[in-house]
Ligand binder design. Structure first.
Ligand SMILES: *Cc1c(COP(=O)(O)O)cnc(C)c1O
Length: 473
């Protein structure tokens, strides 16, 4: 991309004027404002009129906004409230963190690393990119995900700061305050965090653990009303590790089609499925339901810190039309999303990551899941559900057989105190009495953790739920 076309595109996108300093922005940080805004600000708040007319305050009273107060990440809210004091005699094993890089056993591929190095050294990616991302990088994503069943071009791709921002933009472009979105239960907590902060309601549709966490379609349909702005589907799933069959996805699409409901498909774990399983991207199965598919580099390429995500706009019947696309573009103009260095590396990453890298990651995840599933299947009071993809395994707690504990939060808290093993209680996903284990940990650590979980359960398990007299013996 030449620097000339770069400048032209910046202007065409209505982005910030270079060199314009907004006097109100602390530290003069560019905020993506247009020159116009600066002009208006100085007209409306000129120093001569402001001081007298508006100063009614007698004392300091600075409070967080309603939006800040309403913004709540349930993982932090619940985990930070837990008493997590490990047993000093046992090294802590955290099976709770959904970051595949923390143990150092799953580095990204060297080609990914090299691509970023080259982008840095080229010195071509130090400036602002268009708010939706460089044309070339968007083209690379479009080519990577293009398929005859769901064609994609660069114009259908918006680059974002991680998949999280992609999800945020999609919810915001489709929903007004008072609308509702349908989200999975158990499900990734970010959807609710984003929605509630902007006054959008959430309705939780049930997933069925006995059917490999498929969607309860009847329940889902019963929740749809005229205020429903979109259906959020996570496939493969965090926290469940489930991967839906073609038939099941078709069933969901049929409902969406019947009720004219657009879908936000969170496919950050797309293709991250165990050898032997098949991932079907939702858009390849429908020719009428408009779908915003969100993804990114974080999980499949094992670089969550690089903050590269994307929205793929699938809209073959022109339901979204230009208005939704324009809406997305406008939302990206508030804060430029994707880091330009990673954008510069993106084409090379998508072209050059070898198949064996993807395969070795998913083989590892499968092997580790099988170890965990096998070990915990024979632990009294626990019911693990074997995953087919992503990086998690859900484990049910037969809480009636653990009279010493009230719920999953209590249970996992005590497991830290006694065994120094921390599993995430699924109350953080609005779904009690399970815990989620991250299967990216090294194999020896997984084995050790499972042995300690077994010890813990053997100690606290009571065959008959009413028999609570031996408590704390
Ligand atoms: C990790 C994750 C994301 C967020 O991805 P980032 O690119 O790190 O923002 C989104 N959705 C699900 C289901 C995830 O597990």
């Amino acid at each position: 991309m030449t620097s000339k076309s770069y400048v032209v595109q910046m202007n065409a996108n209505g982005l910030h004027g270079h060199g314009v300093v907004n006097g109100k922005a602390a530290g003069g940080a560019p905020r993506g404002r247009q020159g116009n805004d600066v002009h208006q600000v100085s007209v409306n708040t000129g120093p001569h009129h402001a001081a007298k007319a508006r100063s009614r305050r007698q004392r300091w009273d600075v409070r967080p906004s309603e939006m800040a107060v309403k913004t709540r990440n349930p993982i932090r809210a619940i985990v930070d409230g837990m008493k997590l004091t490990p047993n000093p005699e046992k090294a802590m094993i955290a099976l709770s963190i959904g970051d595949p890089t923390v143990f150092g056993n799953l580095p990204t591929d060297d080609s990914v690393h090299q691509a970023l190095k080259q982008a840095v050294e080229s010195q071509r990616y130090n400036g602002y990119a268009p708010s939706i991302g460089y044309q070339k990088s968007r083209e690379a994503v479009a080519n990577f995900y293009n398929s005859p069943l769901a064609p994609l071009e660069a114009k259908d791709v918006v680059l974002t700061s991680g998949c999280s921002q992609a999800i945020e933009l999609c919810i915001n472009v489709l929903s007004n305050p008072g609308d509702n979105i349908l989200i999975p239960c158990p499900g990734f907590s970010l959807y609710k965090t984003i929605a509630v902060a902007v006054g959008v309601n959430v309705k939780l549709y049930n997933l069925l653990p006995k059917q490999s966490w498929e969607v309860d379609l009847e329940h889902l349909e019963s929740l749809i009303d005229e205020k429903t702005s979109c259906l959020v589907l996570t496939n493969p799933s965090n926290p469940c590790g489930s991967v839906y069959s073609k038939e099941h996805l078709q069933g969901i699409l049929k409902l969406a089609s019947k009720h004219c409901l657009p879908i936000l498909a969170d496919e950050i774990y797309g293709d991250m499925v165990f050898p032997g399983c098949t991932f079907h991207s939702l858009a390849t199965l429908s020719s009428d339901v408009p779908i915003l598919s969100c993804g990114g580099l974080a999980k499949r390429w094992l670089v969550p810190g690089w903050r590269m995500g994307w929205i793929l706009i699938h809209d073959r019947n022109n339901v979204f039309g230009s208005e939704i696309r324009q809406g997305l573009v406008k939302l990206t103009q508030v804060i430029l999303g994707a880091c330009t260095l990673v954008q510069g590396a993106l084409e090379s990453i998508l072209l050059n990551t070898p198949q064996h890298f993807y395969h070795s990651t998913t083989s590892f995840l499968k092997a580790n899941s099988e170890i965990c599933f096998k070990e915990l299947s024979t632990v009294p009071g626990l019911t693990p559900v074997m995953p087919s993809g992503a990086m998690y395994i859900m484990v049910g707690i037969d809480i009636d057989h653990f009279p010493g504990f009230e719920n999953d939060v209590d249970f996992t808290e005590r497991m830290v105190m006694e065994q120094s093993v921390f599993c995430l209680p699924t109350t953080v996903f609005d779904y009690p009495n399970y815990f989620r284990i991250v299967v990216t940990v090294p194999e020896e650590m997984m084995l050790e953790a499972c042995a300690r979980i077994r010890q813990f359960c053997q100690h606290h398990y009571r065959p008959h739920s009413q028999d609570s007299s031996e408590l704390d013996q």
